[in-house]
Design a protein around this ligand. Structure first.
Ligand code: HMG
Ligand code: MG
Length: 368
């Protein structure tokens, strides 16, 4: 009988053939990556809180650029009250004008029946047009939203959680009957700006109700951007008691710099869809102090070489092109009068500039 430490060593020893087989197994495992989806929320969540006027042309161009970078899920805007969120006022015009790609889902946020009616009127115009056979519709998806605390729901929707669910159920039903996909959001899934720590049981209950209304997926929002990976794990463990994890998405604002870690925590818990925002744009007008969503660039960069692969359109070679997203992050930030705040976006841009300078130096030296 081997003593305990030796038994441990013996157990860890593998003959060469076994060692080779396990190396091959590991190689195989990394080649068959786990597909994950990114929902690009920059045109909506990213821009809704901007104070200055952003021209419709810029918003249209942003959405078109994102689709051409490979994004296959883009939140294009909101049909909410312009008195509540003025920046989203032109959404009907934007989704009508933007060039649409067939394999991209263009979603819009809808808070109530009036918002859905606004979308229907855009879709009616499209249906009556001569090009409705050849051009994809302005939108094929709505996102309905509520929250895990009454205080936040009151601030964001002027109603309680229970009332919001009663109002949203027929909206979801009508949208589904008209052939639209319906996604749900539960805001303040970790912390509420008005009442603090959130009861995760409430997140579970509200998520379940949204799925029962017909949402194909529920996105859990750390609206405040204060969550830690431990809290995200605890919240997901609670929600998963009642909701299949494949129906969940993670939506992490990055106020405290934990969003990329929270993304990985969610992925490790089986979540396969992550919301992110190009250039790290964004914030919710009713979550004071919260900054933008996790930057799409930061997520794409951190996922490189991992067991996950991001799905995308042919324009991103089946994924989402990090270089193109970085450029878009800088482009839209420039339009807003500032620099990209994505950490990866800044580092990649700086490296590109350094590389270009070195190449120029090399050319000069070669000529001497
Ligand atoms: P209310 O004041 O109770 O609404 O607001 P109302 O029914 O009394 O109507 C008031 C006025 O708004 C009326 O106009 C309506 O016609 C008009 P008036 O007669 O005064 O001229 N109105 C609308 N106009 C256009 N589109 C509509 C619409 N509805 C009413 N859909 C309401 C209730 C739901 C309208 C309001 O609270 C609202 O629009 N809230 C939206 C707030 C919002 O967009 N927040 C940001 C998005 S959520 C978010 O960012 C979180 C998320 O990212 C996830 C996360 O991070 O957690 C998704
Ligand atoms: Mg948000």
């Amino acid at each position: 009988m081997l003593s305990s430490p030796l038994r441990h060593i013996a157990a860890s020893f593998k003959p060469r053939s076994v060692a080779l087989a396990s190396r091959n197994a590991r190689t195989y495992a990394t080649e068959t990556k786990i597909p994950i989806n990114i929902v690009e929320v920059g045109p909506r969540d990213g821009l809704q809180n901007e104070k200055g006027v952003i021209p419709v042309d810029v918003k249209v161009e942003l959405i078109e650029k994102l689709a051409l970078a490979g994004c296959n899920n883009i939140e294009a805007g909101s049909f909410v009250s312009p008195k509540w969120v003025p920046q989203m006022a032109g959404t009907g015009e934007i989704i009508s004008r933007m060039h649409r790609l067939p394999d991209v889902h263009y979603a819009v946020l809808v808070p109530n029946q009036k918002g859905l009616d606004g979308l229907f009127s855009v879709l009616d115009t499209y249906n009556q047009s001569s090009h409705s056979e050849s051009i994809p519709p302005p939108s094929d998806e709505i996102s309905i939203f509520t929250a895990a605390t009454d205080a936040f729901t009151r601030a964001n929707l002027n109603t309680s959680i229970a009332e919001s669910l009663v109002k949203l159920a027929p909206v979801a039903r009508t949208a589904i009957d008209k052939g639209l996909r319906v996604r749900g959001y539960v805001s303040v899934a970790i912390a509420c700006p008005y009442t603090g720590q959130v009861d995760y049981k409430k997140v579970r209950e509200v998520s379940k109700e949204l799925l029962e209304m017909g949402c194909y997926e529920v996105s859990l929002g750390d609206t405040v951007g204060r969550g830690t990976p431990t809290q995200v794990a605890e919240m997901l463990e609670e929600v998963k008691k009642d909701v299949p994890v494949e129906k969940l998405a993670g939506h992490f604002h990055d106020t405290f710099g934990t969003a990329v870690a929270n993304v990985f925590t969610a992925l490790e818990h089986g979540v396969r869809t992550i919301d992110s925002s190009v250039g790290g744009l964004g914030g919710c007008p009713y979550s004071p102090g919260a900054t933008g969503n996790v930057a799409t660039e930061d997520v794409l960069y951190a996922l490189q070489g991992s067991k996950y692969s991001v799905t995308g359109t042919e324009y991103g070679k089946g994924s989402i092109d990090l270089d193109k997203i970085t450029e878009i992050g800088w482009w839209i930030s420039g339009k807003l009068g500032r620099e990209s705040i994505s950490r990866a976006g800044r580092a990649l841009r700086a490296k590109k500039i350094r590389d270009a300078e070195m190449a120029k130096d090399g050319e000069v030296r070669a000529k001497l």
